[in-house]
Design a protein around this ligand. Structure first.
Ligand code: GSH
Length: 218
């Protein structure tokens, strides 16, 4: 059975959402981010991203990792693309050109959006987005993101989804990265088609089910 190492409050949401969409069974092996523990190396500390046991599986010490019958993958976007293709069906690429576009959107999100968008997510987690400094930081991030968001806006002006005019794994990969910036509303007010796409994909029952479990996890 597919093993997913991680917790819901992490990039594992990409795989967990996909698994919900596909109705896949999996075993979730709880591995928490070391930075969330006071002493990750203490006796009795839960398995975390610095635990030798986990480093033996993923030497980078990051979550999520998957183990699919012995195939270990340590990069979340490679994991979703692999699982979607393995399972087939509408979420997977129908041909080589769709696969190339799915790869392109995923890499675009990871390289042109994720680092900046995460700054907004961190500001929320640290409770400072609404402060004057937090708003100034978010405004600067939004300025940098206006270029890739401009690309998204142009695409979603004429398409409901990232690839093939249907919901696919590319929407999960892109959507879960764009979500990191979601708390800064002015960015989405300036890009209404992108906002509409995000809300379209987040209204899917599988996203809601994944999110409900994530909220319960705390
Ligand atoms: N590029 C990797 C990044 C993984 C990553 O940075 N994961 C975070 C959690 S979302 C993590 O494990 N942080 C804890 C740590 O680095 O110790 C991926 O997409 O899988």
């Amino acid at each position: 059975m597919l093993k997913i190492y991680g917790v819901y409050r992490s990039r594992a949401t990409r795989i967990l959402w996909l698994a919900e969409e596909l109705g896949l069974s999996f075993e979730l092996v709880a591995v928490i981010q070391a930075y969330r523990l006071a002493d990750p190396m203490a006796d009795g500390a839960p398995m975390n991203t610095r635990s030798p046991e986990f480093l033996a599986v993923n030497p980078m010490g990051s979550i999520p990792t998957i183990d699919d019958d012995g195939l270990i993958l340590n990069e979340s976007l490679a994991q979703t693309l692999y699982i979607a293709k393995k399972q087939g069906g509408p979420l997977a690429p129908a041909d080589l050109s769709e696969e190339a576009k799915m790869l392109q959107w995923s890499l675009f999100a990871a390289t042109s959006i994720e680092t900046e968008a995460l700054k907004i997510s961190m500001a929320v987690n640290e409770g400072r987005l609404d402060s004057e400094a937090g708003q100034a930081e978010a405004k600067a991030v939004a300025h940098i993101l206006s270029r890739p968001f401009g690309v998204l806006e142009q695409h979603f002006a004429t398409h409901d989804y990232a690839v093939g005019d249907r919901f696919t794994v590319a929407d999960i990969n892109l959507g879960e990265i764009v979500r990191y910036a979601q708390a800064y509303q002015p960015l989405f007010d300036a890009h209404p088609k992108t906002a509409a796409w995000l809300s379209r994909i987040q209204s899917r029952p599988a996203f809601k089910a994944m999110w409900e479990t994530r909220v319960k996890e705390g």
